[in-house]
Design a protein around this ligand. Structure first.
Ligand SMILES: Cc1ncc(COP(=O)(O)O)c(C=O)c1O
Length: 433
């Protein structure tokens, strides 16, 4: 297959394919394989959609079995065995053991659908249109969610004014500023100019925004602030959920209970499109048909989603994610200081970022390209794409994880000390890989 077919006939809007310009044909576990058989370790993980690995045998087995039994494939939002079993599994194996009481709402196949319905519910419950979001947030690309998303180029492209949202600084932006006190002031001062919001929406770790982690304390204070000002707390767990940060939900570590949790990506088990909104029963206010859509019941995603939860529990994936996260942390801590002591990194579970904001524009793009050429797929995030993102499948083998990190360290060392590498520097490069 020639890539010209895409360049000639596919829309110009295509994006990831420009960064990884080969034609992929297969994938297994933590490896993507192109049509020429070249293998790439996957630190992108479908932007968090393949937490349980590509073609996970257990999950795929359940899907194949369902297909071979002529299981219902399309059922609008009608009752089906596959949907019923998914809901039961989610309730009995995830929600009830954690003490959470949520209704499960199926808003559509993709993350932005879940964000849209969460906004719709919050606005209906509170009778207000304004919503608070954090600077650096990414919540999706349809108009409601795009109003929350901060990336300028995406906002500029939509062609209409985006409103009904007030953005407030993320605590990582101004460490000296008590952001909770700042929001409190905005909502208390009758001359702040900020309309009383229906909700505050946050990502416990900003994925596209540069791996910015909200502390447990901040999350707890945000919960209290929402109660004080009569707003709903919406937690966007689309990228951070399904075990990514070391627990099924990213906010468990803080002991808080959001009013609405939105999930997508890996909730579909094996890369199947699926999103859900978990809504406290008292906020389950939409009337039948007030949020309709043809693809709110993709049965294969339900089958795969149920199997994924079973797989996660059987393999103790939450603890495994924390263990592998420590491998990443120790690796970065020991190697980065040899390359450049000023380099910082941050993250949680298996979601990490190396901050290269102090390097010239274009450095991270060079790193991504060189990694790709050497068989490692990774993505950038944050302002000006200055954060190198490490987000492998949670099932990655330790050996592959270290191999991928080794490629990244080698490329980093070569990129930040280009051309005239002294023998001393060269020996450092040899040490870090
Ligand atoms: C935190 C977060 N929210 C929402 C979305 C939007 O999801 P989707 O692209 O499936 O619409 C994304 C996608 O990357 C995301 O990372």
């Amino acid at each position: 297959m020639e890539s010209t077919v895409f360049e000639t006939f596919e829309s110009n809007v295509r994006s990831y394919c420009r960064k990884y310009p080969v034609v992929f044909s297969k994938a297994k576990g933590s490896v993507l394989i192109d049509q020429d058989g070249k293998e790439y370790i996957d630190f992108l993980c479908g932007a968090g959609s393949c937490n349980y690995g590509h073609n996970n045998d257990y999950i795929k087995g359940k899907v194949v079995e369902y297909l071979m039994n002529d299981g219902l494939l399309h059922g609008l939002d009608m009752y089906s065995v596959a949907k019923g079993e998914f809901i039961e599994c989610l309730e009995n194996k995830v929600l009830i053991p954690r003490g959470y009481d949520y209704k499960v709402l199926f808003p559509g196949p993709t993350g932005t659908n879940a964000v849209e319905v969460a906004l719709k519910i919050a606005r209906k419950v509170k009778g207000r249109s304004n919503v608070l979001a954090l600077m650096g947030a990414f919540h999706g690309m349809s108009l409601g969610s795009l109003a929350l998303t901060t990336e300028r180029s995406a906002r500029d492209a939509c062609g209409v004014a985006l409103g009904n949202v007030t953005h407030v600084p993320h605590p990582c932006m101004m460490p000296g500023l008590d952001t909770i006190a700042y929001i409190d002031m905005l909502l208390t001062d009758d001359h702040s100019g900020v309309d009383k919001p229906a909700a505050l929406i946050v990502e416990a770790v900003q994925g596209e925004g540069g791996i910015n982690v909200l502390s447990n304390e901040w999350l707890r204070d945000a919960r209290a602030l929402c109660d004080k000002h009569d707003m709903l707390l919406i937690l966007d767990d689309i990228q951070t959920g399904c075990g990514r940060t070391g627990s099924f939900f990213s906010f468990e570590r803080a002991g808080i209970v959001p009013d609405i949790v939105v999930m997508a990506k890996s909730i579909g088990g094996i890369g199947m499109p699926c999103s859900i909104a978990l809504v406290k029963p008292e906020y389950d206010v939409l009337l039948p048909g007030e949020h309709n859509g043809t693809f709110r019941g993709f049965q294969l995603a339900f089958v795969a989603g149920k199997a994924a939860i079973e797989y996660m529990l059987a393999h103790d994936l939450e603890a495994e994610t924390m263990r592998k996260g420590r491998i990443v942390e120790e690796f970065l801590a020991s190697r980065l200081r040899l390359i450049d002591p000023s380099l910082t990194f941050r993250g949680l579970g298996l979601m990490w970022g190396i901050d290269m904001g102090s390097y010239p524009c274009g450095t991270t793009q060079k790193i991504r390209k060189a990694c790709f050429e050497q068989g490692l797929i990774l993505e950038l995030s944050g302002r000006e794409d200055t954060v190198v993102k490490i987000m492998p499948p949670l099932v990655i083998e330790d050996e592959q994880l270290v191999q991928g990190l080794g490629i990244l360290m080698k490329v980093l060392a070569e990129t930040v000390s280009p051309m005239s590498m002294s023998p001393v520097k060269q020996s450092l490069v040899n040490q870090v890989v």
